[in-house]
Write a new protein. Sequence first.
Length: 234
Amino acid sequence: MLQIKNIDVSYGDLQVLWDVSFEVGEKSIVAIIGPNGAGKTTTLKTVLGLLRPTRGDIVFLGQSISRTPTHQIVDMGLSLVPEWRGTFSTLTVLENLELGAFPRAARPQKKATLERVYQVFPLLADRKGQKAGTLSGGERQMLAIGRALMSQPKLLILDEPSLGLAPIIVENIFETINQISQEGVSILVVEQNIHQALEIAGQAYIIENGRIVQHDSGEHLLNDERVREAYLGI
C-alpha cells in the first residue's frame, strides 16, 4: 500500500533523514519507533507532502506521490492524526467530525461514516454538541482519530497517539487502533510508548539519528535484548 524508497530529507542545508526505506501492507499495523529527534515526525511530514525528499521516492497505491500536493494525497485515501491532536477548540465535536469528511469521495458517505465513528467512539456521540476545547486529552484524541476516519482513509497515520495521556486511556486508544485495523484500515503509527506500539504492530522499524537501524516483527523486537535494554529499560 505504501512504499518509502531510500529517501533523504533536509531542512534547508541540514539533512535529517538518510536512505530511509519501509513499507506498509494492506490491512496491517506498522510502527516506527525511536528516541526524540530521531526523524519520526519528519518522516510522516514527508509522506504527507509537507516536506519533499531530496532523493528517493514515495509510492502510495502504486503511484508516486513524492511531488503530489498534500490535499491530493488526502483525497487518495491517506489521513494523518497529528501529534497533540490538532482539533478545532472553538468548534463542536460534530463540527470537527464533519470537517473530516471534506475529501470529495468521502462527502456522499458522511452520514454513514459519522454513525460508524460514533460506534467506535460512543462518547463522541454523547458530546457531539460540546466544544472540542472543553474535552479532556483522551477525548480530544478520540475526536482527532474520529475526524481522520471521516475521510474514509485507506491508510491512517498516527503521530504519538499516546502523548500526554494517562496509562488507562493509552490502553483504550491502542485497543481502538487495533479495532480500526481489523475493520480493514491500514495503520502507520509513530510512537514513543515502545511497549504499546510493538504489542499491536505486525512490523516495526527503529529509527535513530535519521536512519532506519533495525526492522522486524513487533513481537520479535519486543523480545530483542538490545531493544529491551535501550528502550524498555529492561
